[in-house]
Design a protein around this ligand. Structure first.
Ligand code: PAF
Length: 533
C-alpha cells in the first residue's frame, strides 16, 4: 500500500462530488493495480478506509489516519461537526473548526479525500429525520446517561457516512469507548459490510488523552486535567496486584480525583467493554471509564483492565526469511504457544474436505468456517508441534495428508476463511503468551503485540538459501539469478496483494538475517523478549 501520494487532497462539500471521486478512484485503482490472481481467486486492490472526525484534527486523529493509510488504497477523512449528537446546552457552536489547518494535516498524511459537508447537505432543510437508535442498555449509562440524544446522533451520522463512502474499514479512537461499542453493535445489527477498527488512545506526554476539546482548557486546568489518567493508572496498579472488586477500584479513582476540588465528577464506572453492562468484579477484562468537567470543559478517559498477561511475539517478514522455523524455536525456548496459523488453515481445509462441499463454493465454505472452533494445544514435549483440534476432534495428523496439502492454498485465499481465522487467532491473543508469524500480524492481526519483529534477509541471501534447499531435496541446481528474480516477484506480489499483504509495523524491530545462523536469530529474539518482560 502506498504511504502518501504527494499530489494533494481533494476537498468535497457534497455527497455527489465525493461519490463520483470515489467511483473514479476505485476504477483507477483497478487499472493501476490490476487484479492479482492467487490460486483461483481474483483479488481487487481498491480498498477504502474512512476516518470519521469532527475536524480540529490532532495527533490522535492522525494516528487513525496513518493506520488507514497503511491499510487501504484510498483514504477518506470526513470532517463534520454533527449537530445531532450535541445537546441543546452543549458546545456545538463553539466546537473548534479549523478546516485550513486540517487540510494541511491531511495533505501531509497522504489523505485522498476530505469530506466536509454542510449541515444542509447531510440533513436537508430541517424536515423530520429518520434516526438510528442504538439499544437502550448500551447507551443508558456512562456518557449516554449525561448526554441524552448523543449516541442516537452518533449512530445516525456514522450510518450515513458508512452508506455514502462504503468503506472497507472505518477507524475510531478507543478514547470514546462507548462510541466504539455503539458503532460495533450498529455494524453488526445492521449487517453493514465494514470492518470497525478501534485504535489505541493517544496521550500527551503527561498522560492527558488527546481531544479537540483540550484546547478549551486554561493553562491551570490543563495541568489539573492530568489527574484523570493518573487516577486510572492508580486503579490499574491495584488491579494488577490482584484487586478485582469494582467498588474498591472505583473508590480508588474517586479518592484520586477528589485531590483536584475544581473537578466536577460525572461518573466513574466499571463496565463490560462490549455490552457496557456494569461489572461487580473483573474476571477477564473490564473497562474503567471516567467523565468529569473542569469549568465548562467536559473530559472523558478510560482504561482497559485485564490481568497482566504473558506478552506475545508477532513475527512478520518476506517469504524465505526463515519465519516459521525461527518462530517455532522462539516459542519452544520461551514456553509460549506457537500459534501455527498454517495448521489452522489446514484444519479448515480438512473440515471442508470431510464435509464433502466443493472447495470452490465460497459461500458454503464461509458458512462452515463461521461455525467451526479450532483449538491449538501445546504438548508437554515442547519440541512436538501443538495438537490441533477442530470442533472437538483431534486432527493433528489428519491435517498433514497430501490431500489437505494440495488444497490448503485454495481455502486460505478465501477472504471469509481468513476473516474467521483472524478472529479465532485474536481470541488466543487476548490471553497472551503466544508466538505467531505471518505477513501482517504486527500491523493487522495483533497491532498491540508487545514484541514485533520484522524478519528479513536480502534477496541474494534468500536465493542462496533456496538454492541450498533445492539441492538438499535433490531437485538440481537452479541459477541464483533465476531464484533472485522469482523472489523479487514473490515479494512484489506479497506486498501488493489485497488479502493479508506483507507490511512492516512502524514499531517492529527489523532483524536482517544475512550472515546469521538460525540459533543466533532465535537467541536475539529471546533476549529481546526477556528484556521486555
Ligand atoms: O468521534 C467523533 O469525532 C464523532 O463522534 C464521530 C464519530 C465523527 C461522529 O460524528
Amino acid at each position: 500500500m502506498k504511504q502518501s501520494r504527494g499530489d494533494g487532497v481533494r476537498l468535497f462539500r457534497t455527497i455527489a462530488g465525493l461519490r463520483c471521486f470515489l467511483e473514479l478512484q476505485r476504477s483507477q485503482q483497478r487499472v493501476l493495480q490490476p487484479p492479482i490472481v492467487a490460486g483461483e481467486l481474483i483479488l481487487l486492490q481498491e480498498e477504502v478506509g474512512l476516518v470519521p472526525t469532527m475536524g480540529a484534527l490532532h495527533q490522535g486523529h492522525l494516528s487513525l489516519i496513518r493506520r488507514a493509510r497503511r491499510e487501504n488504497a484510498i483514504v477518506v477523512v470526513s470532517l463534520f461537526v454533527n449537530p445531532l449528537q450535541f445537546g441543546p446546552h452543549e458546545d456545538f457552536d463553539r466546537y473548534p473548526r479549523a478546516l485550513e489547518q486540517d487540510r494541511a494535516l491531511c495533505v501531509e498524511a497522504g489523505v485522498d479525500a476530505m469530506f466536509a459537508p454542510t449541515v444542509e447537505e447531510m440533513y436537508g432543510q430541517g424536515e423530520p429525520l429518520t434516526q438510528v437508535m442504538p439499544p437502550p442498555e448500551l447507551i443508558s449509562r456512562l456518557c449516554g446517561a449525561y448526554r441524552p440524544g448523543h449516541f442516537p446522533g452518533v449512530a445516525t451520522i456514522v450510518t450515513k457516512l458508512l452508506t455514502i463512502v462504503q468503506p472497507d474499514r472505518a477507524y475510531f479512537g478507543q478514547k470514546d469507548a462507548q462510541q466504539v461499542a455503539v458503532i460495533r453493535r450498529l455494524v453488526s445489527d445492521l449487517n453493514l459490510p465494514v470492518e470497525v477498527v478501534a485504535c489505541p488512545i493517544l496521550r500527551e506526554v503527561d498522560g492527558l488523552a488527546m481531544s479537540s476539546r483540550n484546547q478549551y482548557l486554561t493553562p491551570e486546568q490543563r495541568l489539573q486535567a492530568t489527574i484523570l489518567y493518573r487516577s486510572l493508572q492508580r486503579a490499574e496498579q491495584i488491579f494488577q496486584r490482584g484487586e478485582r472488586d469494582s467498588s474498591v477500584l472505583i473508590e480508588i479513582v474517586r479518592l484520586e480525583l477528589a485531590t483536584v476540588p475544581e473537578l466536577q465528577l460525572e461518573y466513574i464506572e466499571m463496565v463490560d467493554p462490549i455490552t457496557m453492562i456494569p461489572m461487580d468484579r473483573v474476571i477477564k477484562t473490564g473497562l474503567m471509564a471516567v467523565a468529569a468537567r473542569l469549568g465548562s470543559t467536559r473530559l472523558i478517559d478510560n482504561i482497559l483492565l485485564r490481568p497482566n498477561r504473558k506478552p506475545m511475539i508477532a513475527i512478520d517478514g518476506p517469504a524465505g526469511a526463515g519465519k516459521s522455523t525461527v518462530t517455532r524455536l522462539v516459542a519452544q525456548s520461551l514456553g509460549l504457544l506457537y500459534l501455527d496459523t498454517g495448521a489452522m488453515y489446514r484444519a479448515v481445509t480438512w473440515l471442508v474436505l470431510e464435509s464433502g462441499i466443493s472447495l470452490q463454493d465460497e459461500p458454503a465454505v464461509a458458512e462452515l468456517v463461521s461455525r467451526c472452533r479450532i483449538e491449538l494445544v501445546s504438548q508437554a514435549d515442547l519440541q512436538a508441534p501443538p495438537q490441533v483440534w477442530i470442533n472437538g476432534q483431534e486432527v493433528t495428523e489428519a491435517i498433514r495428508t497430501p490431500e489437505v496439502t494440495a488444497q490448503v492454498s485454495t481455502i486460505a485465499a478465501q477472504p471469509a476463511v481468513r476473516q474467521e481465522l483472524v478472529k479465532q487467532q485474536q481470541r488466543y491473543g487476548e490471553q497472551g503468551g503466544i508466538a505467531i508469524e505471518g505477513r501482517d500480524i504486527g500491523t493487522y492481526v495483533f497491532p498491540d503485540a508487545e514484541i514485533k519483529i520484522f524478519l528479513t534477509a536480502s534477496v541474494l541471501e534468500r536465493a542462496r538459501r533456496r538454492q541450498q534447499d533445492l539441492k538438499n531435496q535433490g531437485k538440481g541446481e537452479i541459477s541464483l539469478e533465476e531464484l533472485e528474480h522469482a523472489i523479487l516477484e514473490r515479494d512484489r506480489k506479497d506486498s501488493t496483494r489485497a488479502l493479508a499483504p506483507l507490511r512492516q509495523a512502524e514499531d517492529a524491530i527489523e532483524i536482517l538475517t544475512d550472515g546469521l545462523t538460525v540459533a543466533e536469530v532465535v537467541d536475539r529474539i529471546v533476549r529481546l523478549y526477556q528484556e521486555k518482560c
